[in-house]
Design a binder for this molecule. Structure first.
Ligand code: PLP
Length: 400
């Protein structure tokens, strides 16, 4: 049999899906399982989104559409980013894709040649490494442990940019897996460093941009350093904030040359986003915003609920997330201890033992490049959340 392409030896199935599959199998076998593994919102978009989709279906043209995205969709996206303070962009600065994941793959193809460096902070969203691997780019990770609240420090960024001269710096705010959100001052300090390194493109994967708590607001390098506009590419999606992961709609806004390259890749890969999806996306972005707003408040309360319980576990360090729907406690105090005779040497052992003993599925931090932690995605129903977090607390306090 002929061989697969060499790049397939570098492509790995998602580590997060592996945990989710194991939890699903145990559930199917009759176990009482609570899954905190998958990062999906537990809500659907407002009725107006479905009404728009139905209406579009009734007058569907059945034709191919624009490679960049329908004008109505680009305009709705422009309205959305204007509300985020990203002003002065036009349709020519934008392009659309099948979710942010597809946008990120397109951008990697558009910006990275084989062997080029792409730098990003650790903990990172798992797919960043996979994208680098598949494109045969070299990933340089910038470790941001719990001691620095999982946030990148300006001096650290400066040193990495000076040493590795990456073609792309990939930044994620709010963060998956940590839920951390950068303040305006923190963004300004990082932006000052970025100004010093003009050879680097900057991708800001900010798909949780409206899911921010404690009134700290969303901040982007372009807000504080408008001169970076020529190099910053903002990535967005409807998946998390609008409860539409399966609709597969993502966006980018940045320099015209990048938006054009992205659109050219669309013409070769996907051609266009379907008409019905486009109508639903326009309605989500430009219609009433109460669903995303209410859900953000609900997630903020759930964040508080999780932190209140985890805070009572001696030895556990848990930086306080301010966005998205993840908590990322540092569980390294547990390494070397045992649970009912099962020794915990690392994050994977801990997640396996937790699933076996208490029926709670979390994702080991090593999936995100931080083996001292685990990720809790807290989008499940509130009653289940209380039960699941209590089981984690019990497990951790039973370690000896
Ligand atoms: C940080 C981050 N970027 C991008 C994505 C991909 O989102 P989409 O569903 O739009 O492809 C995710 C999904 O989990 C994410 O957490």
């Amino acid at each position: 049999m002929p061989a697969l392409a060499r790049r397939m030896s570098r492509a790995k199935p998602s580590a997060i899906m592996a945990v989710a599959e194991k939890a699903k199998a145990l559930k199917a076998a009759g176990r009482d399982i609570i899954s905190f593994s998958i990062g999906v919102p537990n809500f659907l978009p407002g009725d107006h989104v479905y009404a728009a989709a139905r209406q579009a279906l009734e007058k569907d043209s059945g034709q191919y559409g624009s490679n960049r995205g329908a004008d109505a969709l680009l305009d709705a996206f422009l309205g959305h980013i204007e509300a985020l303070g990203l002003t002065g962009y036009t349709r020519a600065n934008c392009s659309t894709g099948i979710g942010a994941k597809h946008i990120l793959y397109n951008l990697a193809e558009a910006l990275l040649d084989e062997g080029d460096v792409i730098a990003f902070p650790t903990p990172y969203w798992t797919t960043y490494v996979d994208i680098a691997d598949i494109c045969n780019a070299r990933a340089v990770t910038l470790p941001c442990p719990a001691e620095q609240n999982y946030k990148l420090l300006p001096a650290q960024l400066d040193a990495a940019l000076a040493e590795h001269k990456p073609k792309v710096f990939l930044f994620n705010n709010p963060s998956n897996p940590t839920g951390m959100v950068y303040t305006r001052e923190e963004i300004a300090a990082l932006a000052k460093v970025l100004v010093k390194h003009p050879e680097t493109w900057i991708i800001t994967d900010d798909i949780y941009n409206t899911m921010i708590f404690d009134d700290i607001g969303y901040h982007n390098f372009v807000h504080v350093e408008p001169s970076l506009r020529d190099r910053v590419i903002f990535v967005d999606s409807l998946s998390k904030t609008y409860g539409m992961p399966g609709w597969r709609v993502g966006f980018m806004a940045g320099p015209e040359i990048v938006a054009k390259a992205h659109t050219t890749l669309n013409s070769n890969h996907i051609t266009n986003i379907p008409e019905v999806t486009t109508a639903a996306a326009v309605a989500a972005l430009s219609g009433p915003q109460d669903v995303p707003r209410e859900r953000t408040l609900e997630f903020q309360q759930k964040r508080d609920q999780v932190l209140a319980v985890l805070g009572s576990v001696p030895g556990l360090k848990c930086p306080r997330p301010q966005g998205a729907f993840y908590v990322f406690p540092d569980i390294s105090f547990a390494f070397g201890k045992s649970h009912n005779g099962t020794r915990i040497n690392n994050d994977v052992d801990l997640c396996n033992a937790l699933l076996e003993a208490k029926g709670v599925a979390c994702v080991p931090g090593s999936a995100f490049g931080e083996p001292n932690a685990l990720r809790i995605s807290y989008t499940c129903p509130t009653a289940q959340l209380a039960d699941g977090i209590e089981r984690i607390r019990a497990f951790l306090t039973e370690l000896a």
